[in-house]
Design a protein around this ligand. Structure first.
Ligand code: ZN
Ligand code: ZN
Ligand code: ZN
Length: 375
């Protein structure tokens, strides 16, 4: 269940966060409960109306975690031996938490970075207490730069999450889908994700028939029938790390037009996976898939980017998209998920999580990328 990695990894993340702050000319990071917070400390704190904030000074190693009294037991338990480097500062119901936080900031601080997801109900009062000239910037870009390269421990987490999603995908594609509603199949997949070792299933998109042409179809009351394409896009969280995989099924024998569309998609997805290597611009992975799809005449039917990073969040950097010219680096983890969607008729998508390694892309998902023929 626990997402904590060994202490030294969290200590290293915290010191790299401070280093990133220094590099950005920021005196302090203020991180409220969020994926960034979970990444740094190894546990998810609830984002409540009561202020919880990790204060990371750029210049010193004095890490402090401000928590409301009722959250202190959870924090103490979750941090364990990390308490030797993170001092817990507890505020009581009668205290002024914003005042307590401001006391923890370096005197006369001029430039602070706050968690991107900090609620405005904290941000605005904090800003009011700071010196008039003090500047507040977003911490997100600094932390994203750390989070995008995964450690071996994180890659193991992603690998076991992917294995759990594969188990769920194998199971659902051997079941009869015809006669069931999308919502029923979706609920079944969420159960299968937990059976496959996830702590929770986060989503199970089931798009059948014409709904398969809608990439984020909300599974509903439509009943699956023979002749349907069915896009299954599923994912959950296991030990703090996310899975995300898509396979496409067809109920019965696919007509030649669909088989042809699928063959193009499969080649495009393979080409994008093959394009992954350190130093290759993220956009070139997108282009590798897009070129094949466009050349086959489906360019207008590929409605979204090729992929997104994945880690403690389901969508994070690096994004595999035309606008991203940043070269890939070893340790980056992201989806490769081209799709072709013919509105009103049918669609297909294939999605694998891929790690950029020194020698190229490595797929974490192990199920065949073929079209799944189902009953
Ligand atoms: Zn999506
Ligand atoms: Zn997905
Ligand atoms: Zn995805």
């Amino acid at each position: 269940m626990a997402m904590r990695l060994p202490d030294d990894e969290h200590v290293a993340r915290l010191s790299r966060a401070a280093e990133a702050a220094r590099g950005a000319g920021v005196e302090t990071l203020i991180i409220t409960p969020s994926p960034d917070y979970a990444y740094l400390l190894g546990y998810s704190a609830p984002a409540l109306e009561r202020l919880t904030a990790l204060v990371v000074p750029a210049a010193t190693a004095e890490l402090r975690l401000l928590v409301p009294r009722l959250e202190a037991p959870l924090a103490r338990h979750a941090l364990g031996s990390l308490l030797s480097v993170v001092e817990l500062v507890v505020w009581d119901e009668v205290d002024d938490p914003i005042g307590r936080l401001v006391e923890l900031l370096p005197a006369g601080a001029r430039r602070m970075a706050v968690e991107d997801l900090m609620p405005a109900r904290f941000l605005l009062p904090i800003r009011e207490r700071l010196d008039a000239g003090a500047e507040i910037v977003l911490a997100g870009p600094m932390l994203a730069a750390l989070r995008r390269r995964k450690s071996p421990g994180e890659i193991e987490r992603l690998r076991s999450a992917a294995a759990g999603a594969d188990a769920a995908m194998r199971a659902i594609t051997t079941e009869r889908l015809s006669g069931r509603t999308e919502a029923e199949v979706s609920r079944r997949i969420l159960d299968l994700l937990v059976e496959g070792g996830h702590d929770r299933g986060d989503f199970a998109i089931v798009g059948s028939g014409p709904n398969s042409a809608s990439p984020h179809n909300e599974p509903g009351s439509r009943r699956i029938v023979p002749g349907d394409a069915v896009v299954l896009d599923i994912g959950g969280t296991r030990d703090g790390y996310c899975s995300d995989t898509t396979r496409t099924a067809f109920v019965g024998e696919p007509p030649p037009a669909f088989a042809e569309l699928y063959a193009v998609l499969q080649r495009a997805q393979q080409a994008a996976c093959d394009a992954v290597a350190p130093g290759v611009a993220a956009r070139d992975v997108d282009r590798a898939a897009r070129r094949i799809i466009a050349d086959a005449g489906y360019g207008e039917q590929f409605l979204h980017r090729t992929g997104h990073g994945i880690g403690v969040e389901g969508h994070e950097e690096p994004y595999i998209v035309e606008s991203n010219a940043v070269p890939l680096e070893p340790g980056e983890a992201f989806s490769v998920e081209p799709g072709i969607y013919v509105e009103g008729r049918w669609g297909a998508r294939i999605e694998d999580i891929v790690i950029c390694t020194a020698s190229g892309g490595e797929r974490l998902n192990g199920t065949p990328a073929d079209l799944y023929l189902v009953g």
